[in-house]
Write a protein that binds this ligand. Structure first.
Ligand SMILES: Cc1cc2nc3c(=O)[nH]c(=O)nc-3n(C[C@H](O)[C@H](O)[C@H](O)COP(=O)(O)OP(=O)(O)OC[C@H]3O[C@@H](n4cnc5c(N)ncnc54)[C@H](O)[C@@H]3O)c2cc1C
Length: 307
């Protein structure tokens, strides 16, 4: 494997216009607002830049880590010696495909896509309006809420394979399940997707979005940094209810706390470290297992640390 320093020189020479950042602190790029520096971050603006960066990395034996908005990610306090490619802000194509479909680039936020659908009187994406991630992260996670999930609207997704070639995967090839997709075992990057929607009444679409937003604000601790639900929903249970039953609501480690508003969220009440959050996640997992016999699996992805 080539060193990240040598790789950086090759990358800058091949793509002089590509924005690169060295030792970039990850607390700036995650909704938990924690995380130390990653060695090298690239912010490609186009699929072509991304493709070249991916192929050069793979030629150098380097496995890139793909980042959307970091809304489902915990990064270690010491950071990670890694090459990270941030897609949020780039790959921002958002347009109608035919009458009832959208093309959404990987870096577009789900909120932007949902508003665009509303502006074109298309229904089916209201559920995604309050999910604070990108389309790319959304496909990776098969993001969903309030009985909707991306699997219900995705027709296909474009991805770059290991060697930087474009591949179009049809809905079933994406293997979208509960907070999972084919990308958890295939190191490909999503560049965009087609979403199939239905003509609808803009007033009704707006009302649904407002209703869901109100429900989120009243139930979720949106006033604190977090990564949303910390754990996946275990079969036959709700993670938040199990955590509450185990007496963990409000429990703290350092600046991390099991939210008093919704026990399914671990929040950063200010000044939390990644270690605080990780220790609290472990405590919750172990206590819930001991008291209820149910093993909670984290929904939050991790970089530079593990449970
Ligand atoms: C307040 C709050 C509320 C939330 N509510 C919900 C909710 O209701 N429903 C829900 O499902 N989630 C929810 N989340 C979690 C999060 O927003 C989603 O998981 C979202 O899909 C993550 O998108 P992201 O762009 O932030 O991905 P990131 O956190 O940046 O990355 C998540 C994973 O996706 C991978 N990834 C990112 N982009 C790509 C790409 N282009 N190609 C391949 N892999 C990629 C990353 O490597 C990582 O493994 C919430 C989070 C917060 C903070």
């Amino acid at each position: 494997m080539v060193s990240l320093q040598t790789f950086r020189q090759r990358l800058a020479a091949a793509l002089p216009g590509l924005e690169l950042r060295d030792n970039e602190p990850m607390y700036k790029h995650t909704t938990f607002r924690v995380g130390g520096p990653v060695t090298l971050m690239a912010l490609p603006r186009s699929v072509e830049e991304l493709s070249t960066a991916v192929s050069l990395a793979r030629e150098a034996g380097i496995e890139p880590f793909f980042l959307g908005r970091g809304s489902n990610l915990l990064v270690a306090d010491r950071g990670a010696e890694a090459f990270l490619i941030k897609l949020a802000g780039g790959l921002d194509r958002l347009e109608l495909l035919g009458e009832n479909s959208l093309y959404v680039g990987a870096g577009v936020t789900l909120a932007q896509a949902a508003v665009f659908a509303l502006e074109h009187a298309l229904t089916g994406l209201e559920f995604a309006h309050g999910i604070p991630g990108t389309l790319g992260g959304g496909v990776f996670m098969n993001a969903g809420a309030y009985d909707g999930e991306l699997s219900q609207v995705i027709s296909w997704a474009d991805c770059l394979d290991e060697s930087g070639r474009i591949q179009r995967l049809a809905g079933e090839e994406l293997e979208l399940g509960y907070r999972t997709s084919v990308f958890s075992r295939k190191p490909w990057v999503v560049t965009g997707a087609r979403l199939d929607l239905t003509p609808g009444d803009p007033a009704a679409i707006r009302a649904r979005m407002e209703d869901l937003s109100h429900r989120r604000r009243s139930k979720q601790p949106l006033e604190f940094p977090s990564a949303g639900s910390t754990f996946k929903r275990p079969a036959g249970h709700f993670a938040g209810a199990l955590i509450q039953e185990a007496g963990l609501k409000g429990v703290r480690i350092g600046g991390a706390q099991v939210s008093e508003k919704h026990a399914g969220f671990v929040v950063n009440t200010g000044g939390a470290t990644s270690d605080d959050i990780l220790s609290l996640i472990r405590l919750v997992r172990d206590t819930v297992l001991e008291k209820t016999g149910v093993l909670l699996e984290p929904e939050v992805r991790m970089l530079g640390c593990k449970l």
